[in-house]
Design a protein around this ligand. Structure first.
Ligand code: ZN
Length: 159
């Protein structure tokens, strides 16, 4: 297994939209294993393919039962209730931002072997899934906060 390099804020690949995976081939499965390995190595709660420069709709999420892979994840239901939590991102080292998101979500995806799965998540797990799915659409935590905070992030990046 290979630990890949995590792309950091400012890398244009992070702003790109990822493409659907049409077939879960051996190559895709191998990439999924590397994605999990990279997430574990960096002690992340989640990691999206675009964060390692691969523009495919694949995310890895760390759960209490171990890591799972979601291929082509689609969030089809979000709770009306929203919660604010501090969020970090492996692409924004040492930066934590308070972000408002729906408390729970329902999603569907393919697992690492290509089998269709249904996900019902709340709390931290719901948050991680939303954060990672945002990555697949090129949306970063910095896009979720106001301009002032964004300028502060840029400043921290320079120094
Ligand atoms: Zn992230």
């Amino acid at each position: 297994m290979t630990v890949m390099e995590i792309r950091k804020y400012g890398d244009p690949v992070l702003k790109k939209k990822c493409e659907e995976v049409l077939e879960v081939t051996e190559e895709v499965k191998r990439f999924c294993r590397d994605l999990v390995e990279t997430m574990k190595e960096n002690k992340g709660l989640g990691l999206a393919a675009s964060q390692v420069g691969v523009l495919k709709r694949i995310i890895a999420v760390q759960t209490g039962q171990g890591p799972i892979i979601f291929i082509n994840p689609k969030i089809y239901e979000k709770s009306k209730e929203v919660v604010v939590m501090e969020e970090g991102c492996l692409s924004f080292p040492k930066i934590y931002l308070k972000i408002k998101r729906p408390k729970s979500v329902k999603a569907e995806a393919l697992d690492g072997s290509g089998k269709k799965i249904e996900i019902s998540a709340e709390g931290l797990m719901a948050r991680v899934i939303q954060h990672e799915v945002d990555h697949l659409d090129g949306i970063l935590i910095a896009d979720k906060v106001g301009l002032l905070k964004k300028l502060k992030i840029k400043k921290q990046k320079v120094h």
